[in-house]
Design a protein around this ligand. Structure first.
Ligand SMILES: Nc1ncnc2c1ncn2[C@@H]1O[C@H](COP(=O)(O)OP(=O)(O)OP(=O)(O)O)[C@@H](O)[C@H]1O
Ligand code: SF4
Ligand SMILES: [Mg+2]
Length: 350
């Protein structure tokens, strides 16, 4: 799977395999209701409004955007916890929204999720051993009953937890360790894809790096594919082969990490990147700082045309009437801006 080393990032460059997940024009509109006795629908929250994504075997796609832009709603639809309003999720070519019975059960095994808050997602009354082994009650064929304790302890060891702590409870672990429990629980089902919904956002920076490194090691060992969600572009860069930037329910720019970080073409990506810290002291003064005006508009009442126009310093009349398509406008990768223009926000060596 890994056949070269990205010198800058000092990590293997993956040669991605076949398409595993394909998301096409995915939408989720939550009804807004009014009234206590007679509930009427008075509008919709357009949490996800036309997302397209592709995830290949062995690769990591980063999905980045501010709070409330719809990232978790995308992940919930991907792991079949929410039904899309419209659009398709294809897994190995099969439409997940039409799956039932054995096919859905198999899908739920192969596509696992790791949540942002490792404490809230672990049952406080269950021991770590029971949490890790829980999925085997549904997928009994993966681990024969007799060897389950040993298998659980092997998994704990693999994710960097002391296997002697198998009978401890989640509150007896630190935040980083609890996230490792969540990872072991996902791994127990031998998944192909792990959807990581902000898995390190709640952790200290030093612990974040350890958990990201663990996820990379596991990817190399087991050939896993990740959809890695974050609101911080710097976290995603370390682990992603490709990055998609999301704003108010849809993707505004997509490309390899070199394209998105080196020559961002959408004003929103440029603004996000300008807030990422630069670690090299001699480059710090060269970075542009773009301060975004205003708040993210409500997804219940998004702006017409380009959704970013209320905060965009480049907006013109056409931006209020024509929604910009996500296409390559000459920058070598797609962006959803009528006036897309590559701009190096983060300085690089040379
Ligand atoms: N069940 C629901 N009913 C109504 N609105 C919802 C529901 N779930 C999410 N939303 C709304 O959809 C929008 C997107 O929410 P979502 O949780 O997907 O965002 P997010 O990008 O994951 O944010 P964060 O970074 O804070 O986790 C928000 O405006 C949220 O309030
Ligand atoms: S389409 Fe217009 S408003 Fe939207 S990002 Fe581009 S310039 Fe800004
Ligand atoms: Mg979220």
């Amino acid at each position: 799977m890994s056949d070269a080393v990205d010198a800058a990032a000092d990590r293997p460059v993956h040669t991605p395999g076949e398409v595993l997940l394909e998301v096409k024009d995915l939408k989720k509109h939550f009804p807004l209701t009014q009234g206590i006795v007679l509930r009427r629908t008075v509008g919709h929250v357009r949490a996800v409004d036309g997302v397209n994504l592709t995830l290949r075997r062995g690769e990591t796609v980063g999905l980045v955007g501010e709070s409330g832009c719809g990232k978790s709603t995308v992940t919930k639809m991907l792991v079949a916890l929410e039904k899309p309003t419209s659009g398709q999720i294809l897994y190995k070519g099969e439409d997940v929204t039409k799956m039932s019975g054995r096919a859905l059960k198999q899908y739920r095994r192969e596509v696992q999720i790791i949540f942002q808050d490792p404490y809230a997602s672990l049952n406080p009354r269950m021991t770590v051993g029971d949490i890790v082994a829980e999925g085997w009650s549904v997928h009994a064929d993966i681990a024969p009953k007799k060897g389950r304790l040993q298998r659980t302890q092997e998994l704990m060891e693999r994710v960097g937890l002391n296997p002697d702590f198998v009978n401890r409870y989640p509150h007896q672990f630190s935040g980083g360790q609890r996230q490792r429990i969540g990872i072991a629980r996902a791994l127990a089902l031998q998944p192909e894809v792990i959807v990581c919904d902000e898995p390190v956002s709640a952790l200290d920076v030093s612990v974040q790096a350890q958990v990201v490194n663990l996820l990379e090691d596991l990817q190399n060992d087991f050939g896993l594919s990740y959809l890695f969600i974050a609101h911080d572009l710097s976290v995603v860069r370390h682990i992603s082969d490709r990055v998609a930037v999301m704003y108010l329910g849809s993707i505004v720019e997509e490309g390899t990490d070199a394209q998105v970080y080196g020559s961002p073409a959408h004003p929103y990506t440029q603004a996000l990147l300008s807030s990422v810290p630069v670690h090299e002291p001699h480059l710090r003064g060269l970075k542009e700082r773009i301060l975004l005006q205003g708040d993210v508009p409500s997804p219940a009442n998004p702006p017409s045309g380009c959704r970013f126009r209320t905060r965009c310093w480049k907006a013109q009349d056409i931006c209020a009437t024509e929604p910009p398509a996500l296409v390559d406008r000459g920058q070598g990768h797609p962006s959803a801006c009528h006036f897309a223009e590559a701009r190096a926000v983060v300085p690089t060596e040379g």
